[in-house]
Design a protein around this ligand. Structure first.
Ligand SMILES: Cc1cc2nc3c(=O)[nH]c(=O)nc-3n(C[C@H](O)[C@H](O)[C@H](O)COP(=O)(O)OP(=O)(O)OC[C@H]3O[C@@H](n4cnc5c(N)ncnc54)[C@H](O)[C@@H]3O)c2cc1C
Length: 244
């Protein structure tokens, strides 16, 4: 790639979530819950008596016995705009993060522009917003304004780097729509707490009003988790998406 091609901004309207490593099964929950009475025998019990296992997971979820849901681990590689990570990193308990550095590497010109399906217009009062479709004209305005601003900001960044200015100083001109990437490791309990706040669902006991872009990340994480721990995921939904 030429230097010029490398410095040409690209615009994305999606986010990506890859499950890079996991040790997370419904059996881990059962093992943790039953260890006091059954010890290691419980590792075989999911297959032996699935109905009982499902019942126990439901009971733990319903009565909010949370700690058995902590004995597992999922590591995700997430690519999303910086403004999503800013919200993400507020989740402190049961999460570990490592994000790419703007000090040690040159940041790549990949920027977020909302897709056509992104609702653009906000209505309602703080804490209870609703978002409705934007017009074609509004979408055009958003796309043009963002692409123009991103391109200008990245050109200024490049100019400073070319003049010998340190990356950690030059990056100040880059906007929060710039894509970043990180590893995020959590367990099922901390993920459920995250999902309860950062996704919107009809069956949620407590409604939440997440920004759409962090919800897009949450939805992909939830799909991975549901495959790994189907009984726990089903119980989470059955009991109103409240973290135990
Ligand atoms: C829709 C929405 C709008 C938001 N708007 C704003 C905003 O305008 N401004 C803003 O600053 N933030 C905002 N936030 C962020 C929010 O305040 C939380 O920081 C974020 O949701 C993480 O939640 P948490 O603290 O429960 O999660 P975690 O940090 O993961 O904590 C999990 C749980 O651990 C316990 N816990 C963790 N740390 C402590 C502690 N120090 N003391 C006692 N208990 C603790 C609590 O029970 C907590 O619920 C918003 C979040 C959402 C979902």
């Amino acid at each position: 790639m030429t230097d010029e091609a490398a410095a040409t901004p690209t615009f994305r309207s999606d986010v990506t979530v890859e499950l890079v490593r996991s040790a997370a099964t419904d059996t881990d929950v059962l093992w943790a819950a039953r260890v006091s009475t059954k010890g290691e025998q419980s590792l075989e019990s999911l297959q032996q008596d699935p109905a009982k296992s499902k019942g126990l997971i439901n009971f733990l979820m319903r009565d909010r016995h949370g700690t058995p849901f902590e004995h597992n681990s999922m590591t995700f590689f997430i690519s999303a705009p910086i403004f999503v990570f800013r919200e993400f990193h507020r989740h402190r308990s049961g999460w570990s993060y490592n994000e790419e550095s703007g000090r040690y590497r040159e940041l790549q010109p990949v920027f977020y522009v909302p897709g056509e399906e992104r609702k653009l217009v906000q209505q309602g009062r703080p804490g209870k917003y609703e978002f409705v479709e934007g017009t074609a004209e509004q979408h055009k305005t958003v796309t043009a304004a963002m692409e123009r601003a991103y391109t200008q900001a990245y050109a200024e960044y490049q100019e400073m780097l070319a003049a010998g200015v340190a990356r950690e100083v030059a990056r100040a001109v880059l906007p929060v729509g710039l894509f970043s990437s990180m590893y995020a490791t959590c367990n099922a309990r901390s993920l459920m707490h995250f999902l309860s706040l950062r996704t919107k669902a009809e069956n949620a006991k407590v409604p939440s009003f997440p920004q759409r872009e962090i919800e897009m990340v949450g939805e992909q994480m939830e799909a991975h988790w549901a495959q790994l721990m189907p009984l726990t995921h089903a119980a989470f939904n059955e009991h109103g998406r409240v973290a135990p």
